[in-house]
Design a protein around this ligand. Structure first.
Ligand SMILES: [Zn+2]
Length: 79
């Protein structure tokens, strides 16, 4: 007589969480002259924020900022 004890006995608690930076495309920005490559093109409007997810569900967002990106050299300017 006897009984085996599971090596995983008890309650197993686990969390799946993530931390990352998300970028969202907002559409076409202004046509402007780039301070870096000195070309005048249409810029792209983007929004970026830090995100914390728990079980793939976003639970917190912070440090939100909006900016425009030069289509030629990738320089960003706060919008
Ligand atoms: Zn540029």
């Amino acid at each position: 007589m006897g009984f085996a004890q599971s090596p995983y006995g008890g309650v197993v608690l686990f969390f799946i969480f993530g931390l990352g930076t998300k970028q969202k495309y907002l559409g076409a920005g202004d046509v402007r002259a780039c301070p870096r490559c000195h070309d005048t093109t249409q810029w792209t409007r983007m929004r970026q924020f830090k995100q914390f997810t728990l079980f793939f569900v976003p639970v917190a967002r912070w440090k939100r900022q909006q900016f425009e990106v030069c289509g030629i050299c990738g320089t960003t300017v706060a919008a």
